[in-house]
Design a protein around this ligand. Structure first.
Ligand code: NAD
Ligand code: IPM
Ligand code: MN
Length: 363
């Protein structure tokens, strides 16, 4: 048995609800592949903050750094000023652990309800991945405000883009594009306005592209990209973009491919100098927290990305196949809401173990 240590950060709101289901499915599938996860739960988030004032103590960060991977639910709570937990916990983990590839795949599975018209979905499969830069951009916290609260207030959030940071994520995106059948990379930016960062990104894509002659490259301004995500998402294969554009595009991508309840992500450190972290794209959803209404599918699929990252693609595929089978049979009229969070998790876990019992190992 190959055994891994797994840091679990359930977090706030629906985070613990969906993480519980993700762990059930992960452990079910792991057992069938001779893998095991030694989990350590970290009580981080709003409760800890109110109790001690801490968001992510150094000692906890160092402990997490020693684990093989991290599973996170969601972070953020209305009782805590906006940004405290998001920056102090979630972004701190991404930055400190150098999660420079924020991987966000989108696939429209058969039978999944989508706001897209049939004239769009019938054009062909929708299956793309956003490679969102995870450690730079406007997220670094380079900014400030003066004369706060006065009519003369001035606030800045400077987007930081380094040649080093852009090149490494662009190279990763090219490699991913090269490994996919369509071998297509789309850079999304706003280089008609953000000329300094935008041109750095464009030059980097052109230069790194020389190493990947079999990958075709195109470019879209981010505003136009939102059009095509709705009118022709089938055109996308791999999208590479900065931290903020990637954040926004992936909520839209989720919305057009079945909803935020299905969107999984990996905060990946491709150099493996620290553990990577897997989490749903969605947040803590305070509006439905504590009601067992959250769809745990995104968290469960994040477990598949985790297995893939650890080098177990067959185990990962078993989770995706179980999810795909489950969503194919969802009552689309009633939506996922017709079952509780636990029911969805248990149904997917049951499918995953049945698949193994029948020897129908997923492809
Ligand atoms: P959100 O993703 O939490 O919720 C947006 C909408 O989607 C809500 O109506 C919510 O009910 C719904 N939703 C989200 N996940 C769902 C699920 N699994 N099943 C069914 N419905 C789901 O985004 P928000 O409302 O902008 O943010 C709420 C809090 O979460 C904020 O504090 C924000 O900072 C934080 N946040 C955290 C993360 C993260 O931890 N990665 C991501 C996004 C937002
Ligand atoms: C996400 C979230 C985070 C982000 C926030 C909560 C910091 O929206 O994971 O998409 O902007 O990256
Ligand atoms: Mn987001």
């Amino acid at each position: 048995t190959r055994s891994y240590t797994l840091a679990v950060v359930p977090g706030d709101g629906i985070g613990p609800e969906v993480t519980t289901q993700a762990l059930t499915v992960l452990n079910t599938v792991a057992a069938q592949h001779d893998l095991s996860f030694d989990t350590v739960d970290y009580d981080l988030g709003a409760r800890r903050y109110h109790a001690t004032g801490e968001t992510l103590p150094d000692s906890v960060l160092e402990e997490i750094r020693g684990q093989d991977a991290i599973l996170l639910g969601a972070v953020g709570d209305p009782s805590v000023p906006s940004g405290v937990l998001e920056r102090g916990l979630l972004l701190r983990l991404r930055f400190e652990l150098d999660h420079y590839v924020n991987l966000r795949p989108s696939t429209l599975y058969p039978g999944v309800p989508t706001p897209l018209g049939s004239h769009v979905t019938e054009r062909g499969p929708i299956d793309f991945v956003v490679v969102r830069e995870g450690t730079e951009g406007p997220y670094v916290g380079n900014g400030g405000a003066i004369r706060v609260g006065t009519p003369h207030e001035l606030a800045t959030e400077v987007s930081v883009n380094t040649a080093y940071g852009v090149e490494r994520v662009v190279r990763d995106a090219f490699a991913r594009a090269q490994a996919r059948p369509r071998r297509k990379l789309t850079l999304v930016h706003k280089n008609n306005v953000l000329v300094h960062a935008g041109h750095l990104w464009a030059r980097t894509v052109a230069a790194v592209g020389e190493e990947f002659p079999d990958v075709s490259v195109d470019y879209l301004h981010v505003d136009a990209a939102t059009i095509f995500l709705v009118t022709d998402p089938g055109r996308f294969d791999v999208i590479v973009t900065d931290n903020l554009f990637g954040d926004i595009l992936t909520d839209l991508a989720a919305a057009v491919t079945g909803g935020i309840g299905l969107a999984a992500s990996g905060n990946v450190n491709p150099d493996r100098t620290a553990p990577s972290m897997f989490e749903p794209v969605h947040g803590s959803a305070p509006d439905i927290a504590g009601q067992s209404k959250a769809d745990p599918t995104a968290a469960i699929l994040s477990g598949a990305l985790l297995l893939e990252h650890l080098g177990h693609p067959q185990a990962a595929a078993q989770i995706s196949a179980a999810v795909e089978a489950d969503i194919a049979e969802r009552d689309t009229a009633a939506g996922a809401q017709s079952r509780s969070t636990e029911e969805v998790g248990e149904a997917i876990a049951a499918r995953a173990s049945a698949a193994a019992a029948e020897g129908v190992a997923a492809v």
